[in-house]
Design a protein around this ligand. Structure first.
Ligand code: HEC
Length: 382
């Protein structure tokens, strides 16, 4: 199964001074592929090994800066492009607000990518076994001894010479370490009953906590204080009023802002409405667009896109007459408004609920435009 390959020579030293001296000698002899082992940091060992400064801080710097830049771009985009909200007259992109977030993102990106870089680049993460694992050498250096291991693929490595060199440095023992290909058992760990049981326990505990927190705890004082407000919810009973009804009708004779009724209640007095109602909306490209949109949506199924009575309902509903007749062209705007608002002769339904008042007047403008386009020299042109 296995073909043994010499990984390196592992030497054990019994004092930190000896390992520092040995590391200095190993480095001095030009070895590069070696490492020293100790169960605690030893001052001077890095410089004895002539280690270069690690490059991890660069990863942290780059990742941290990208975090900050991404945050600036994201907040700028959401606040200035995607969803601009004017708050108290401040500029859309008020950057001082985002300084704390920039800080957070710098730390987050920096920290996470440092750990990932450490695991993947320096510890070569997917590799999960190492020839030194499970060796006597490793057990000793993680207890009370110190060690140096020179790898066999170092250019200056020669088994007998290097062994003698290490022994001369005062090593207590020098062992050959072999790199044996390990049979990794690929048994599925996911179906392990213990693992499944742990998942079930976590699921039950976390859902129970969430359920209790949201459904029970929040209803107990003091967390319930947000619920217990002195206000009347819509459609709810109120003991404050003698009739027990929480929602109050408007005071008689008052009108809610923006809900002023038409000057003439058209349904009562049709003739007057047609005579006195004047289109209060001034035509503009926008008004024409709204009129067209609404006409095409609400009217064209029966009246056709050109108001010529070309219904798309294929006889399922009485087809309306063309709106290009002379009498309709001469009819006042109030008639159209009245028909849209109240329906017509019990056949055409009222659109008062679907179409706001201003849009009804926009439709009237659009019908006028359709009429002129169909017949530029019609009676009203004279
Ligand atoms: C469900 C089909 C239908 C829809 C939708 C519809 N109408 Fe009508 N409309 C009719 C019918 C049918 C008549 C003719 C009724 C009659 O002559 O008895 C009519 C008549 C009219 C008249 C003529 C009134 C007259 O004095 O001759 C006008 C103006 C009119 N509709 C405008 C509109 C406008 C504007 C819309 C869109 C808001 C609209 N209609 C949506 C079916 C419809």
């Amino acid at each position: 199964m296995s073909e043994k390959r010499l990984y390196g020579l592992a030497a054990i030293f019994d004092t930190p001074e000896k390992v520092v001296a040995a590391a200095r000698a190993v480095a001095g002899r030009g070895f590069t592929k070696y490492d020293s082992y100790s169960s605690y940091p030893i001052h001077g060992l890095d410089s004895a090994m002539r280690l270069k400064r690690t490059r991890i801080p660069f990863v942290t710097l780059v990742a941290g800066l990208s975090g900050a830049v991404l945050l600036v771009l994201f907040t700028w985009w959401t606040n200035s492009v995607d969803f601009p909200l004017a708050i108290g007259g401040k500029p859309y992109f008020a950057w001082p607000d985002y300084v704390p977030l920039m800080f957070e993102m710098t730390v987050l990106f920096g920290a996470v990518s440092t750990v990932i870089a450490l695991l993947v680049v320096w510890l070569k993460l997917p590799r999960n076994s190492h020839p030194l694992h499970d060796t006597e050498f490793m057990k000793k250096v993680s207890k009370d001894k110190f060690g140096i291991c020179i790898e066999s693929d170092d250019p200056g490595f020669n088994e007998t010479e290097t062994r003698r060199f290490l022994e001369d440095l005062g090593a207590e023992s020098v062992d050959s370490v072999y790199d044996e290909p390990v049979d990794i058992s690929l048994k599925q760990k996911v179906l392990d009953p213990k693992f499944i049981a742990a998942i079930v326990v976590v699921a039950v505990v976390s859902s129970a906590t969430t359920y209790l927190a949201l459904n029970k705890m929040l209803l107990i004082r003091p967390w319930s204080s947000l619920n217990a407000q002195f206000k009347v919810n819509p459609e709810s009973r109120s003991r404050f009023y003698s009739d027990g009804i929480g929602m109050r009708p408007p005071v008689t004779g008052t009108v809610a802002r923006g809900h002023l009724p038409d000057p003439i209640t058209v349904s009562d007095n049709l003739a007057a409405a047609e005579k006195y109602l004047v289109n209060p909306v001034l035509p503009s490209p926008h008004v024409m667009e709204v009129g067209q949109r609404d006409f095409n949506t609400y009217c064209s199924p029966c009246h056709g896109y050109f108001a010529d009575g070309n219904s798309r309902l294929q006889g399922q509903f009485p087809s309306p007459p063309s709106l290009h007749t002379d009498s309709l062209r001469l009819a006042p705007d109030g008639l159209y408004y009245n028909v849209i608002t109240n329906g017509f002769q019990g056949v055409m339904p009222s659109y008062a609920r679907q179409i706001p008042r201003k849009e009804r007047w926009a439709i009237v403008w659009y019908i006028r435009a359709l009429q002129k386009a169909q017949n530029p020299n019609g009676p009203e042109a004279k």
